[in-house]
Design a protein around this ligand. Sequence first.
Ligand code: FE2
Length: 366
Amino acid sequence: MAESDFMPLGGWDHLELWVGNAKQSAFFYEHALGFTRVAYAGPETGLRDRASYVLEQGEIRLVVTSGLRSDSEVVRFAARHGDGAKDVSLQVPDAGVAYREAVGRGATSVAEPRWLEDEHGRVELATIATYGENVHTFVNRADYAGPFLPGFVSLSPNGRRDTGVGLIAIDHVVGNVELGRMDHWVEFYERVFGMVNIVHFGDDQIQTEYSALMSKVMAGGDGKIKFPINEPAEGKRKSQIDEYLEFNEGPGVQHIALQSEDVVRTVEALKGRGIAFLDTPETYYEEVEGRVGEIAESYDDLKRLRILADRDEDGYLLQIFTKTAQDRPTMFFEVIERHGATTFGEGNFKALFESIEREQALRGNL
Ligand code: FE2
């Protein structure tokens, strides 16, 4: 795609969450979600103001970070927004070039290009701002063989890893923005990243009895990177996007979708580890087979585990959503398995939103 040549993206690098207590969050991602902790940085390694744990599963790399004093920017972020995603970090061949292209196209600078070095080699980083208090860090790690970044120490010197739950890659990262701001951010990802809008759902398509929302999906990096962006729309009651914006105190990451190689096995394993998923009503399973048609999996398994199925013109996909990952009704996770489908089916949006609304009603926010 000629129009995206100015910003070649190699893929996701890592996703950094800023949280109230990284030590306990890391334990959750290890023991509940099947990640292996591979690296650490904190006071013991010379990092004075924060502690960061790096967790991996398949190609997914999560970093959870908390601040150590009340004047820390990480502590202030977590106090305002609750635990949530801060940095959606992307691999590029040249972080300096990516940064200059982005800033030249109107992106706000957060950190200028800089090289970090240790005995494992060197990494180039540069950071720009996006919606809310979120950022994108460009990473060029072609000359680096260490566990994560210079300054981090390896936590698995013997190479032993958790067997995991079958999660293999980040699929997409969804942002919630304020009413009327979706198109602003769509235009931002077009202009700054050369991304293209691959799906658009209007409020006529995504609406339940109570609320509606609009969503556009931006894609880049030859389709590897997908950023859906949601905004609330008028409904009879408070939109679930409004609930998010209220409790997150502004825009932020709504959900992180992780690909599974076998969603039935992954969901069984996650449920066994205590992860709570959104429920789907019995009626969904009365019509799903007629809507989606033949699939390799058993519809009985999908119904038993409350997994959703959908189809686009290229194939089908299976997906399920966790309940929110913290007490605030903000961020949650999705598990998705793609069989050819490259976008997002329309059929599941309504089922998802109705599930969220049942939870919203229980919280007294509908
Ligand atoms: Fe999603």
